[in-house]
Design a binder for this molecule. Structure first.
Ligand SMILES: Cc1cc2nc3c(=O)[nH]c(=O)nc-3n(C[C@H](O)[C@H](O)[C@H](O)COP(=O)(O)OP(=O)(O)OC[C@H]3O[C@@H](n4cnc5c(N)ncnc54)[C@H](O)[C@@H]3O)c2cc1C
Length: 446
């Protein structure tokens, strides 16, 4: 079909990893695509910037494993095509108390999906990782072969470059304010704050932490997707031990199950520093963030973990560098990938709520969204876990038998308040104070 310069087969709103992968995938399949971003491309105000994200197949939910495997293949294909690397392969090492239900589910899943894995005791962990990890003697470790580090900013740039090569039109500093159904012709009009209007036969909304805001503006519907302000922390490896923590020495990407859930990657982006972070954050307004870091929490809670787990080889009093980022949390920690519905029917696809574990999935999400746009259905994935209607009549969403369905509020500066149910039937039942008051630690294990 011949379109004018402002008419497209698909308009993708939001150029983080999800929008960039989707734009590339749609372009690959011959669609004329427009990718719109509200800020400069590769900005640092969303979720897909920085130097490292973990890729791993160790999920407690069985439906993510096949997605990771497909995504891994697509990451490799994209690297092959572009001619540079964004993915450093390592082992993945998970650890925790043997009765931790999430960890048990992860192990069961490895068996179910034939993921090569080893369950290790303290002595075996010491031997496998040359004494770098000193997990508690009564914990178990799980070593799997699919692990490693993805470079986020470089990856987003890679998928945008591939999309452009295939003919996608990309525009930054284009904040989308409205999506309007074209009653006569079908499709939608996408309108930006600087007065531009584009027509798309289909539209994809991949706006990360802005999802609830934009969808509410467009439809009045309040999606249960809560932005969290979170922080990545880098800790200094003590002189002489740097080599122990490199990917080349066999040091893995890792995660520690329990409260809080702690994860990290080998020394790679900054020489002499290792990333160790907590899965959690503060409820925030993505347009009005405090940008502060709760250093007290990092020092008091993560510090002792660093001291204990790394055999005293990493300085544990305080991180030496922090980087802010945002999560988009759903009540069940599962993604939202669905048609927007209502007056838009199947013309608008939303993909969001990636709940702090979406980066690795970017390429497979791009493939799934492109399927929905072009075919109205997606192959090879059970989308029932990701549909919006899972929250109808059940604000908590998907049931998980391996964990409680609540979230835990931690009072900044120490102490632990007990559970507050944040999720109401149409959004949030409990307000958590301003975004400085509390750390929200999500207890589903990622
Ligand atoms: C600290 C941290 C650590 C993480 N670690 C991991 C990990 O180890 N492994 C993993 O797999 N995942 C991880 N994640 C999660 C992962 O990074 C995210 O799930 C993923 O980046 C989400 O991408 P996105 O494209 O949905 O959102 P974003 O990257 O935020 O992209 C959305 C884009 O939409 C734009 N936008 C918003 N509104 C509009 C509008 N109205 N008009 C135009 N553009 C708009 C935004 O500016 C933004 O660029 C981590 C996240 C954080 C914050």
């Amino acid at each position: 079909m011949e379109y004018s310069g402002k008419e497209f087969d698909a308009i993708v709103i939001g150029a983080g990893i999800m929008g960039s992968c989707t734009a590339n995938e749609l372009s690959k399949r011959g669609s004329k695509v427009l990718l719109l971003e509200q800020f400069d491309f590769l900005h640092q105000r969303g979720s897909s910037h920085g130097e490292s994200r973990t890729i791993r197949a160790t999920y407690p939910e069985p439906y993510y494993t096949s997605m990771v495997l497909e995504s891994t293949r697509l990451w490799e294909e994209a690297e092959e095509e572009i001619g540079y690397r964004v993915y450093t392969k390592t082992l993945q090492f998970d650890m925790g108390p043997p009765d931790n239900k999430s960890l048990q589910s992860v192990i069961a899943n490895c068996k179910l999906n034939s993921i090569t894995h080893q369950v290790l005791n303290h002595q075996q962990v010491t031997e496998k990782f040359s004494g770098t990890f000193d997990m508690p003697h009564d914990w178990i470790g799980l070593s799997t072969e699919l692990g490693g580090i993805l470079k986020p900013t470089k990856s987003v740039s890679m998928f945008q470059t591939l999309a452009i090569r295939r003919g996608a039109v990309v525009r930054d500093n284009m904040e989308v304010r409205e999506i309007i159904k074209d009653e006569e012709r079908g499709g939608v009009w996408v309108c930006t704050s600087n007065g531009e209007r584009y027509w798309g036969s289909k539209c994809v909304v991949t706006v990360g932490a802005w999802m609830r805001k934009l969808v509410k503006t467009v439809t009045g519907l309040e999606l249960p997707i809560q932005p969290l302000h979170t922080t990545i922390a880098y800790w200094k490896i003590k002189p002489g031990f740097e080599g122990d923590f490199s990917p080349e020495s066999g040091f893995p990407s890792f995660a520690s199950y329990g409260n809080p859930y702690i994860y990290g990657t080998p020394m790679s982006e900054f020489p002499g520093l290792i990333k160790v972070a907590v899965h959690g954050g503060y409820p925030c307004d993505p347009d009005n963030r405090s940008w502060t870091t709760d250093m007290g929490y990092l020092g008091d809670v993560v510090g002792p973990w660093v001291e204990g787990q790394f055999s005293g080889r990493v300085q544990s009093d305080m991180p030496v560098m922090v980087q802010p980022c945002m999560y988009s949390m759903t009540p069940d920690g599962d993604f939202v990938i669905d048609f927007l519905g209502g007056e838009f029917g199947r013309d608008v696809v939303v993909a969001g709520g990636f709940s702090g574990h979406g980066f690795k999935m970017g390429p497979v999400v791009g493939r799934i969204v492109a399927d929905l746009v072009l075919n109205g259905q997606a192959q090879g994935v059970d989308l029932s876990y990701f549909r919006l209607d899972r929250f109808q009549g059940n604000p908590k969403g998907n049931l998980k038998d391996f964990e409680d369905q609540g979230v835990k509020l931690l009072v900044a500066g120490g102490g632990s308040r007990h559970l507050a149910r944040l999720w109401g039937t149409v959004g949030w039942a409990v307000r958590t104070g301003d975004d400085k008051g509390f750390a929200l630690s999500h207890i589903f294990h990622r």
